[in-house]
Ligand binder design. Sequence first.
Ligand SMILES: NC(=O)c1ccc[n+]([C@@H]2O[C@H](COP(=O)([O-])OP(=O)(O)OC[C@H]3O[C@@H](n4cnc5c(N)ncnc54)[C@H](OP(=O)(O)O)[C@@H]3O)[C@@H](O)[C@H]2O)c1
Length: 253
Amino acid sequence: MTQTTSGVRTAALFGASSDIAVAVARRYAETGWRLLLIGRDTADLAATAADLRVRGGVETHVLQADFAHLEELPRMVAAAWDRCGGIDVALIAYGTMAPQSDAERNTAVAGEIIAINFTSPAILLNELAGRFQAQRHGTIAAITSVAGDRGRMSNYVYGAAKGGLQRLLEGLRHRLARSGVAVVDIRPGFVATKLTAHLDRRGILWASPDRVAADIVGAIERGRAVCYTPWFWRLIMLIVRALPRSVFHRTSL
Ligand SMILES: NC(=O)c1ccc[n+]([C@@H]2O[C@H](COP(=O)([O-])OP(=O)(O)OC[C@H]3O[C@@H](n4cnc5c(N)ncnc54)[C@H](OP(=O)(O)O)[C@@H]3O)[C@@H](O)[C@H]2O)c1
């Protein structure tokens, strides 16, 4: 991966107070990256920034943004880009998840899940794409989910938003293939974060944010198209996708 002219590489984390994003930021800080933390809770981001400076981050900036305010996203991307004079890695890490039963009963809940997990990142990616294309280097990464691989009764609204984002990243990767810009689709399985705090998190399928962050940093460095994390989710989802409908409909997945 090439870098901006200052020699210091810059990572912009959109949704930087996510537990996974914080773990990614720590890894970048420890290797001397400049960091731009973007999110809505500036007090929380300022505390993270202070911690990252101690860990070795060359510079750490904070930018306030509510990603639900779709009309403000273009201005926010411009501010993020200008703040650092270019971005080497953009990671979109925000997301929201409500119980599927709530989304079925309440269309407003379904709409919010789709807006935050698909519409907002899609607009953000559109704004970032032209800038990365003109810069002719760098990596755009977004956290989707294994839930996007097949529609399942237990979470298909969230899964549909993540699946839509997977397709958008696929098309963007095609568009930017000749510009020297990598587009990385991160598909975690179960991760123990704020997002899943309400679930029973016992069992071997659960991973820590740091385990997933290690995979994310590695996938970005190698410019991998799709990264299942931890790795075994690639096999699990291969099986889930291959199940014939007649068998699939007898499960409660
Ligand atoms: N945890 C899992 O098992 C899992 C599995 C697959 C994919 N993922 C995906 O991984 C990503 C990171 O999630 P996580 O697991 O690290 O959970 P998390 O710690 O709950 O992070 C989600 C973040 O999204 C932010 N966010 C939500 N709506 C926002 C808005 N309108 N404006 C600004 N920020 C907003 C939240 O900000 P606040 O802190 O301000 O609320 C929070 O920091 C998400 O895209 C999630 O869908 C997670």
